[in-house]
Design a protein around this ligand. Sequence first.
Ligand code: SF4
Length: 239
Amino acid sequence: MNRRDLALHVDAVLEARFPHAPLALRFESPLQLLVAVILSAQCTDERVNAVTGKLFARFPSAEAFAEAPLEELEALVRPTGFYRNKARMIKECCRQLVARFGGDVPSSMEDLTSLPGVGRKTANMVRGNAFGLPGIAVDTHVQRVTTRLGLSAQSDPEGIERDLMELLPPDRWTLFSNRVILFGREVCTSRAPACALCPFLEHCPSATRCERGGARHEARGHPPGSHPALGLSTRKEGR
Ligand code: SF4
């Protein structure tokens, strides 16, 4: 299977596995998503969601964040870690939103990445999930899973993003990256990828020999080709 076919296959299998693949971060506006993504650096989405309810109620607009007392902002985001940097970044980002964009979050990649603390990953998440514009957000999960699968040989997120954009049509980009994030959390985890249970086992250059042979799979008591707990099939789906 060549890389393009593999990318389309991965996309189709993950769509079947995760038909609806919204981000786990809770938000109701582009601004809330932008702030939530900034807070999600080195932090779980659950922990971010635990603080944003109160945070967004206290600071409902870019103007409110821009004028927020820094100490209060720090205290509210503290559970997400690196709270001093994150509070400063959110405040400065919102100051610029007010000064340059009338308090609104812009939708263009160029404008978004001109804001403090906003790189291509954050911009793509906001564009894709808040504005409905196509974007592949290469976070740590997308980076790990797609390079393990051999969909990209690049080591930097921008290079991986470029490779994936060439392999998939634009209308697949946003949900593809959302789904790969879910798959990376459930199956192709950083420390212990469940290769023996993976639907891409036979196509993946990173799967170990033992796992290809199905030894670990059978040892866990699941017949080759299925895993009820994960709802995944290791057979070629419908092919
Ligand atoms: S076979 Fe293993 S390394 Fe490859 S995608 Fe599946 S879980 Fe990840």
